[in-house]
Design a protein around this ligand. Structure first.
Ligand code: NI
Length: 137
């Protein structure tokens, strides 16, 4: 059976400060640049959620995208949007809130939640010039 992928986009904004608490201020500033600003700053994140699977002959869908949207909004957007990644988001506690770590956390949450479709890729934009991708490997 052919495998088709389908993508839903969700958006959220959040504040963060990227720093390693084990390092001194100078090393944090030189490594993380603007994202190390002590008084926080925000990003308008865009998350592309791609699922894949066989096309169900009864619906013509791989999965109902409305279900993917609902799960992504409940599990991610409602938890992250207008929050501080360092302080407010339980699943980011103890991790440096880079886009890389955020996409890994999003994967852990979404992968079991999109069944029967299979989560194929997450693409997380931090700025319009920069994104990370993860495919579960
Ligand atoms: Ni930043």
């Amino acid at each position: 059976m052919p495998i088709v992928s389908i993508t839903r986009i969700v958006r959220f904004n959040a504040a963060h400060r990227v720093y390693n608490p084990a390092w001194d201020d100078a090393r944090n500033a030189s490594t993380f640049g603007k994202c190390n600003n002590p008084n926080w700053h925000g990003h308008n994140y865009v998350l592309e959620v791609t699922v894949e699977g066989e096309v169900d002959p009864e619906t013509g869908f791989v999965v109902n995208l409305a279900d993917v949207k609902r799960v992504a909004e409940r599990e991610l957007v409602d938890v992250i949007d207008h929050k501080n990644l360092n302080l407010d988001v339980p699943f980011m506690t103890g991790t440096i809130p880079t886009t890389e770590n955020l996409v890994l956390a999003c994967w852990r949450i979404l992968a079991p939640a999109v069944a029967p479709a299979r989560l194929a890729k997450l693409k997380l934009w931090e700025t319009e010039n920069q994104y990370v991708e993860y495919t579960g490997r």
